[in-house]
Design a protein around this ligand. Structure first.
Ligand SMILES: Nc1nc2c(ncn2[C@@H]2O[C@H](COP(=O)(O)OP(=O)(O)OP(=O)(O)O)[C@@H](O)[C@H]2O)c(=O)[nH]1
Ligand SMILES: [Mg+2]
Length: 376
């Protein structure tokens, strides 16, 4: 591996890591919450300050007239994307946010101060959903992208505003407007180009480790990967971000294994890399099971372009590899790749180049990556 990859300059970097899962926390008392990809937040923008009812009173000036100033506007609340965060954990500890109230108006036409806006930082890739989780209010995809979520109440008008030719001494002043409030859900969806899917133990993390500089946990038991991980693959002059997620098993949509919530991190990928353990006897069944779970999660996830990879081919005789590949290709009527992530050779390089080529053709065809919020 070292030989081929160093010649072809595949240098990679580990990227941000993210999220944990409810069932994980339940199942492991020792699991420390570090990452969170879903959080509920309660936002209340500041109310507007009240307008003032006042009259000018000065020595020797009779009928000084109304001079009540307006109240200040309440502070609004925004979300802003940042690359410095890769988790929503802060919102678990502090879910309530309140905008600052506008100052009340004063006599002598003094305007109340506007309440400061509150800008809440969220990791890039965060979707803001309403309380029902059916409507996406914002999809924050870039550093610095700022979205207004709740608007502060407008300041009430002071009585000076109500003077007219027929009413020169108005006593009316408005109360400040109520700031908007909202309960919402934040859902972080990783921004990766290619997603690794497959059953537990298929060698997904080994593939990530061998093609990037990420250091995922690898072990010979199922569900080694508990939180999604990213790595940057560099091949020739191209690069793409690869995401590794926990393995899927039959019934994941019913909560079996680690469930299927983490598939949210595959939603933004333009291509799936389906890794299979070639030594399995029920190879095609394993493939069909994962396919089914993808489709159950979201149909458009199942419709994403996919490259099928039989891994662990070093554990099989070469003729057996060819046989299994041919049987598999016949069944799925597609090209199937055969590699070893443990003893990588040039086949992995060809595979990475194929991924780059497919991505380029998808970009050329302007294939939109479907992103929506209806499966959380
Ligand atoms: N012989 C052989 N073993 C491999 C290969 N790739 C991975 N393995 C082994 O398979 C086991 C599982 O590898 P992982 O990379 O942790 O598998 P995974 O798909 O990430 O598993 P989960 O995180 O549980 O979903 C480890 O013992 C690896 O050393 C390979 O190409 N050949
Ligand atoms: Mg893994």
């Amino acid at each position: 591996m070292g030989y081929y990859l160093s010649i072809l300059i595949i240098i990679s970097e580990s990227g941000p890591k993210t999220c944990d899962y409810d069932n994980l926390r339940r199942s492991s008392g020792t699991f420390r919450v570090k990452f969170l990809d879903r959080a509920k937040a309660f936002l209340k923008a500041g109310d507007g300050g009240d307008g003032c009812a006042s009259f000018r009173r000065e020595k020797f000036i009779e009928y000084g007239g109304p001079d009540g100033g307006d109240g200040g506007n309440g502070g609004s609340i925004y979300f802003e994307g940042t690359n410095r965060l890769n988790t929503l954990i802060d919102y678990r500890y502090q879910p309530h946010f309140k905008g600052k109230r506008g100052g009340n108006g004063g006599g002598a036409n003094r305007h109340g101060a506007n309440g400061d806006d509150l800008v809440l930082k969220v990791p890039v890739g965060t979707q803001v959903l309403d309380e029902t989780e059916e409507n996406t209010l914002a999809d924050i995809l870039e550093e610095g992208q700022k979205v207004l979520i709740v608007r502060g109440g407008t300041g009430g008008r002071g009585n000076n505003r109500f003077k007219s030719s027929t009413n020169q001494a108005p006593r009316r002043a408005d109360a400040g407007g109520i700031g908007e409030e909202m309960t919402l859900w934040l859902q972080l969806k990783l921004i990766a180009d290619v997603g690794l899917v497959g059953m537990p133990n298929a060698g997904k993390s080994t593939f990530l480790a061998v093609t990037t500089r990420a250091k995922p946990k690898i072990a010979d038991y199922p569900f080694t990967t508990l939180i999604p991980q990213l790595g940057v693959v560099r091949v020739d002059a191209d690069e793409f971000v690869l995401a590794d997620i926990p393995g899927l098993i039959e019934g994941a949509h019913d909560g079996k294994g680690l469930g299927h919530k983490f598939l949210a991190h595959m939603e933004r990928c333009s291509l799936l890399l389906h890794i299979l353990d070639a030594t399995r006897e029920d190879l095609y069944n394993a493939y069909a099971t994962v396919r089914q779970e993808l489709e159950i999660y979201r149909r458009d996830l199942g419709e994403k372009p996919e490259i099928i990879v039989l891994n662990k081919c070093d554990s099989l005789e070469p003729h057996e590899v060819i046989k299994r590949r041919m049987v598999f290709e016949k069944k799925c009527r597609r090209r199937v790749w055969t590699i070893s992530s443990l003893r990588p050779d040039e086949e992995i390089v060809f595979l990475l180049r194929e991924i780059v080529a497919v991505r380029k053709s998808l970009l050329a065809a302007h294939v939109e990556v479907p992103v929506s919020a209806d499966a959380n």
